[in-house]
Design a protein around this ligand. Sequence first.
Ligand code: CMC
Length: 431
Amino acid sequence: MTQEYAKLIIDGKTYEFPIIVGTEGERAIDISTLRKETGLITFDPGYANTGSCKSSITFMDGEKGILRYRGYPIEQLAEHSTFVETAYLLINGELPTRKQLNRFSVLLNDHSMVHEDMRHFFQSFPRRAHPMGILSSMVNALRAFYPEIPERSEEEEINVTVTRLLSKVRTMAAMSYKISRGHMVVYPRHDLSYAANFLNMMFHSPVRPYVIDDDLVDALNVFWILHADHEQNCSTAAVRLVGSARVNLYAAISAGICALWGPLHGGANQAVIEMLLQIQENGGDVRPFIERAKDKNDPFRLMGFGHRVYKTYDPRAKIMQKICYKVLKKLKRHDPLLDIARKLEEVALKDPYFIDHNLYPNVDFYSGIVLRALGIPLNMFTVMFAIGRLPGWISQWKESMEDPQWKLHRPRQIYIGVGEREYIPIDKREE
Ligand code: CMC
């Protein structure tokens, strides 16, 4: 194929920049030599038009509502895969053979325990501390407990760190919940799968043993698969940016957890339920909330609606909605918040404001209802997202470390502050 170029004319001089094309036909202007050639930089607040890397991990088409991990459609993975298998796929690039999957599961089991000394940390946090703050601190602290071993090759070190993180973050999440309630910590069990182990560590107690239900385990697997990666979202971009300074993986993941915490990102799953509860408390009428979301003078937004990339229905939200019904049916339970969510969706999708702005439910809109049904407390919702997103963060970090074109992430700016001026001694400054 002949190389295409984009032409840029500045002060009458023409510059040419190559157009690069992805495997699915997306096109980008490669401006990596722009400043060197022209002295100019680009200005793109929020990076809405900026491709920060080439990646082979996840493909999404926001106009068509497509999401694929390593080429596999999210619908197929949600139907047939498990979270552990999907994590393997994301991190290693291919679905595992039975032998590879067994080996990966053994490694996850081997690394599932958390150093006993780390429990003191957990116990020192105030009871009301948000679990996302605790998780990001604890993940960073892992590095102190599990430093690099010089005798190991770099590849071995990465494999151990990866499985350690995948396994321990799940254990630490359950541990933080137990400690926050003043309950006895439940240890991981080698005979349980990744998701079943998590539910057991969360809900087992010496006085009321937890009965594992395969359908609920399946629902949790799907929940995590749907969150496993989403190309260059805010938290993944944070992991790549922090990782570009060549910090250790724990520090980079800890940064990702902090970014995910925000209500415009992973924190939205908690915010959606808070919004639905507020609608319920106000009598269940969704219309005043829709009106508020449309009002430019009101900072309120419909949580769980809208997405930077999807300009159609988020494919993950479609699957999540089905899982809501499945789980509630299995538990023979009715959640009035699901009725409110359905009504909100119905009214919003007919409203010209939401139609014109291409605002549709995103993954967070229905995920909280699944988590509530599983018994997960509200303040742990974003932690559940974080466990799910871990394989994505890890695979994106790994890809960035292996990228021969990798550079320290260091954007530029357009300075709009005051020009140079003389320092004024304090006694000469105007009060
Ligand atoms: N409710 C009402 N109006 C909205 C909403 C919403 N949820 N989302 C966007 N808009 C409007 C916004 O007011 C703006 O209107 P106008 O052009 O008239 O000024 C327009 O749509 C574009 O908004 P934006 O903030 O420039 O778009 P963005 O691409 O930066 O925002 C978003 C993406 C996800 C931050 C935003 O849609 C939002 O705040 N949604 C609610 C929070 C949420 O559900 N977040 C989870 C995202 S999906 C999971 C994840 O990736 O973490």
